[in-house]
Design a protein around this ligand. Structure first.
Ligand SMILES: Nc1nc2c(c(=O)[nH]1)N[C@H]1C(S)=C(S)[C@@H](COP(=O)(O)OP(=O)(O)OC[C@H]3O[C@@H](n4cnc5c(=O)[nH]c(N)nc54)[C@H](O)[C@@H]3O)O[C@H]1N2
Ligand SMILES: Nc1nc2c(c(=O)[nH]1)N[C@H]1C(S)=C(S)[C@@H](COP(=O)(O)OP(=O)(O)OC[C@H]3O[C@@H](n4cnc5c(=O)[nH]c(N)nc54)[C@H](O)[C@@H]3O)O[C@H]1N2
Ligand code: SF4
Ligand SMILES: [Mo]
Length: 577
């Protein structure tokens, strides 16, 4: 017998899966196109936590739930923190927010992921309505700007065959090697590149003036702002040539263009402005309101779906969380000891917490230090629904198999609500609530009803309905000492799940031997890793993938300017033997 479900992982593609005789295969129809990625192809081989543990000793699930209740009851609720990550992206993960908010505990806000870019988009457009991947398929030119599709969004690849491809990335990615144009700019300089592109577009009369008059009438002021950039000096600093600017503008002229942006561009303090400047270039080209044109970033996977759960609570940032302010910390679907920035700070702060509870699937840095470990049920063994941040499909995830191991988020929450006299509706009620936001279209897939394939047709969501351009240039090219740290996604892991990398990647000309162990340091701390050569990197860059143990010893827990988002590439690093 076969059943259909969906991949729960934090990934653009949100694939639909056929589950048959214990095997997972990509659904042939729809956006999954019959294939999955290495994570799901080998999903069953990763050992999950089988038994609950308290202070290192195995206990039964009933004993674990009792301990959990005691830990939550051992202090005022304002001393209890619920820290939820994105290990599973389906919608029922949020049910536990309902319990913790209702009992007066503290939740988190902000993001480790795409928040700076999103804030930049919202400042310009008034909202973040995303161009779905099915629209990207209708374009003639695709610009991959800080996105690495072979690793992080492989289901886009079949849709963009035969298109003109431009890549803007400090790494010569697989896509860059096959592209018509690759601009291998210096990291953290996209703001200047985007503004210079807008300036030259204007000079060459390439702007869509009809569109601009209607939807972005301040464009001449923006052109003036771009004139503050000294062309020759800045092009030298960012390592881009005038010829490359001309080539890019030549390739996009009079074409349907999709700018496919990733989180790579915005892992910096001024990430908000960077994304807004990229968006502004799309506006100057008139890419909004037209089929096959636009900016595809990370939309909100919750867009168009209201939450049935109570989330009204005090919230603290999930970027620089002071865990030591709490007596009990409940960690769900997250590995903060690896994935939050500034690991030394996280470890120190967490060490002062009396009760650390880890509710997850895999052993990791966080389960190592937790007092109580509760195994979660894997996605095959519980009911759920998911949406994507890159397209508008809603996928149903019914329970397709049975397992004695672990407990689902709903069942854990139902236990806690019962014990605390908090009202909770049935699991079916919530799943139905989510499904009600979707309609079935003729292709057979279900789509979130209120989301548009081509958003902003009637203007932007700002008060004036017009795009709000940046009106000040606050950034400078970072010319401080040291190497740029690039910490992007690995093909072998999903952040800290699955096969985690163990190396630092360096250009071979830097003189470090393959296999040699080096110390990489920043103002925050250091990590020892073995060297692997990679000549697809610039010589001023050090690559350590997300999920590598110790990479976040190097990163800062500061927020991006004006929003609570992490900035993993802000700190420069040194290498020593
Ligand atoms: N295999 C795999 N897939 C994943 C994940 C994973 O861990 N593994 N994680 C998932 C998650 S949580 C997310 S958020 C998405 C993110 O997926 P993507 O948006 O693709 O993000 P990254 O891999 O972080 O970075 C993408 C590219 O940005 C480039 N980059 C770095 N710095 C700069 C810069 O200053 N300017 C420019 N122009 N480019 C820069 C990097 O070299 C990299 O090629 O992927 C999801 N998919
Ligand atoms: N250096 C560096 N750091 C980064 C990034 C980077 O690019 N570089 N990327 C950042 C980004 S974009 C993100 S999104 C974060 C991600 O960081 P996290 O949200 O911490 O994600 P993961 O590392 O995937 O860990 C998730 C954990 O969730 C658990 N889990 C999986 N499925 C389930 C489930 O069904 N139920 C429960 N209860 N638990 C489950 C697993 O045990 C897994 O260990 O990392 C951020 N950190
Ligand atoms: S590509 Fe993404 S959504 Fe598809 S199976 Fe892999 S991780 Fe899951
Ligand atoms: Mo992410």
């Amino acid at each position: 017998m076969s059943s259909i479900t969906a991949c729960p992982l934090d990934c653009y593609d949100a694939c639909e899966i056929v589950y048959e005789d214990g095997k997972l295969k990509g659904l042939k129809s729809g956006h999954t196109q019959g294939f999955l990625c290495p994570h799901m192809n080998h999903y069953e081989k990763y050992a999950t936590i089988q038994k609950p543990r308290y202070k290192g000793k195995e206990i039964t699930l009933d004993e674990a739930l009792l301990k959990l209740k005691e830990m939550i009851g051992s202090c005022e609720k304002s001393k209890v923190l619920h820290y939820r990550g994105s290990g599973n992206f389906a919608l029922m993960q949020e049910v536990t927010d309902h319990f913790f908010a209702s009992c007066g505990a503290v939740l988190t806000e902000g993001t480790l992921c795409d928040g700076a870019g999103e804030a930049g988009i919202v400042e310009g457009r008034g909202s973040n309505k995303n161009m779905p991947m099915q629209e990207v398929a209708k374009s003639e030119v695709v610009i991959f700007w800080g996105r690495n599709p072979h690793t992080t969004s492989s289901h886009l690849l079949p849709l963009i065959k035969d298109k003109i491809i431009i890549v803007i990335d400090p790494i010569k990615t697989k896509m860059a090697k096959a592209a018509d144009l690759h601009i291998q700019l210096k990291p953290h300089t996209d703001l200047f590149l985007a503004m210079l592109l807008s300036r030259f577009l204007y000079i060459e009369n390439g702007c869509d003036e009809e569109f601009l008059e209607e939807f972005a009438s301040e464009y001449e002021d923006y052109y003036e702002l771009t004139q503050n950039i000294r062309i020759k000096a800045v092009l030298d600093q960012i390592d881009v040539s005038l010829g490359q600017l001309g080539d890019l503008l030549g390739l996009v002229k009079d074409k349907k263009v999709a700018i496919v942006c990733g989180v790579g561009v915005q892992k910096y303090s001024d990430g908000v402005d960077i994304m807004r400047a990229i968006d502004a270039f799309a506006v100057m080209l008139g890419l909004f309101t037209k089929e096959g044109c636009g900016v595809s970033y990370l939309g909100s996977s919750r867009d168009g779906i209201s939450s049935p759960f109570n989330k009204k609570s005090k919230k603290v940032s999930k970027v620089n969380t002071e865990f030591s302010d709490f007596k009990t910390v409940f960690i769900q679907g997250a590995n903060p000891l690896s994935q939050m920035p500034n690991s030394a700070r996280v470890r120190e702060s967490m060490s002062k917490v009396e009760n650390v509870i880890y509710f997850g699937l895999y052993e990791n840095e966080t389960s190592e230090i937790a007092d109580l470990i509760i195994p979660a049920k894997g996605f095959l063994y519980k009911d759920d629904v998911r949406t994507s941040y890159s397209h508008n499909v809603m996928s149903f995830m019914p329970k397709v198999a049975h397992s004695e191991v672990g407990i689902s988020e709903y069942d854990l929450c139902a236990y806690l609500c019962r014990e605390h006299d908090i009202e909770l509706k049935s699991e079916e009620f919530y799943i139905r609530h989510f499904k009600n936001f979707a309609v079935q279209k003729i292709d057979g897939s279900w789509y979130v009803e209120s989301r548009e394939e081509v958003p902003y047709k009637d203007g932007f969501d700002t008060k004036s309905k017009e795009f709000a351009f940046l009106d000040e240039l606050d950034s400078k090219v970072d010319e401080s000492q040291g190497f740029h740290l690039i910490t992007c996604k690995s093909p072998t892991s999903l952040n800290s799940q699955f096969n985690r990398q163990e190396s630092v990647f360096l250009h071979s000309s830097l003189g470090f031997g393959e296999g040699e162990v080096v110390r990489v340091s920043s103002v925050e701390g250091s990590v020892e890793l073995k060297v692997e050569h990679n000549d697809d990197l610039r010589k001023d860059c050090v690559l350590i993938y997300s999920g590598t143990r110790g990479v976040n010893n190097l990163t800062t827990h500061k927020h991006a300017l004006s929003t609570k988002s992490a900035i993993f590439q802000e700190n420069k690093v040194e290498i020593s033997r």
